[in-house]
Write a protein that binds this ligand. Structure first.
Ligand SMILES: NC(=O)c1ccc[n+]([C@@H]2O[C@H](COP(=O)([O-])OP(=O)(O)OC[C@H]3O[C@@H](n4cnc5c(N)ncnc54)[C@H](O)[C@@H]3O)[C@@H](O)[C@H]2O)c1
Length: 250
């Protein structure tokens, strides 16, 4: 039996990168998975690679109407939901993000996806899981845990996700919903987002900041998410899980 056998799980931002890797691992462990993404065709192609247990769908995490539509379709397709992984996120912006120069439009664009998108994801997950219980996993970052001089908007957005996670966890526990909510904090993972955010020189410099001497692999993040959506973590809520090769311990 797989570790999430028979569960239905929605993963946002699953057309590429970490989200796709999460979806792939969850399917391999017996789940049915909705791969939701702004890039609909890529999400559908990604789902097709994973077989009948996967379904690709359109979602703009910033848009409540898009969520309503997706949740209805997902319920029709896969029935009762068991878990939601709020993974979709952006980091790079057209203008520099240092705190002196960050443009308000860029700041808001990052908060819209990374914070409002996760808020909407949590709201829809709570509605869907309220009577049966389940797990919400929010993908934050080590950027939530340290100063981010070149990524002010991104760092603030991920700190907000970290705080929101605890608030959701406590709200659900107090209401007796049996919904757990935890945040996952990857360090540096070589994905499209990472390539778009850091130049080659910055990437080389970043590598020096990792005591274990290598970037994280998307599957190392997926392994943590698998644990958090599975029944192995039924007493775990409101917690932070860092996967950073030791970056934040120094
Ligand atoms: N790569 C890293 O080093 C790193 C480190 C820490 C945290 N993270 C976080 O991991 C998550 C995944 O990042 P990734 O590195 O795989 O990046 P990625 O760019 O490969 O994947 C992000 C996905 O989110 C989707 N997306 C963007 N805006 C969306 C929207 N409005 N609605 C729906 N989908 C949308 C994109 O289309 C893309 O498929 C993000 O939340 C990111 O902040 C990444």
């Amino acid at each position: 039996m797989g570790r999430v056998q028979g569960k239905s799980i929605l993963v946002t931002g699953a057309a590429s990168g970490i989200g796709y890797e999460i979806a792939e691992r969850l399917v391999a462990e017996g789940a049915r998975v909705v791969l939701a993404d702004l890039r609909t065709e890529m999400a559908m192609a990604a789902a097709a690679q994973l077989g009948d247990a996967a379904w690709g769908a359109a979602l703009d995490v910033r848009d409540d109407a898009s969520w309503v539509d997706l949740m209805l379709q997902a319920a029709g397709r896969f029935g009762q939901l068991d878990a939601m992984v709020n993974n979709a996120g952006i980091a790079a912006t057209p203008q520099p993000q240092d705190v002196e120069n960050v443009a308000l439009t860029d700041w808001r664009a990052v908060q819209a996806v990374n914070v409002e998108g996760v808020l909407l994801g949590c709201q829809h997950a709570i509605r869907a899981l309220q009577s049966t219980g389940g797990s919400i996993v929010n993908i934050s970052s080590v950027a939530a845990l340290m100063g981010t001089p070149t990524l002010a908007a991104y760092g603030a957005s991920k700190a907000a996700v970290t705080q929101l996670t605890k608030t959701v966890a406590l709200h659900c526990a107090r209401r007796g919903y049996r919904i757990r909510c935890n945040s996952v904090h990857p360090g540096l993972v070589a994905t499209g987002l990472f390539e778009a955010t850091f130049s080659a020189a910055e990437q080389a410099e970043k590598l020096q900041s990792i005591p274990m001497g290598q970037f994280a692999k998307p599957e190392e993040v997926a392994a943590m998410v698998l644990y958090l959506v599975s029944d192995e973590s039924t007493h775990v809520t409101g917690a932070r899980f860092v996967i950073d090769g030791g970056m934040t311990m120094v």
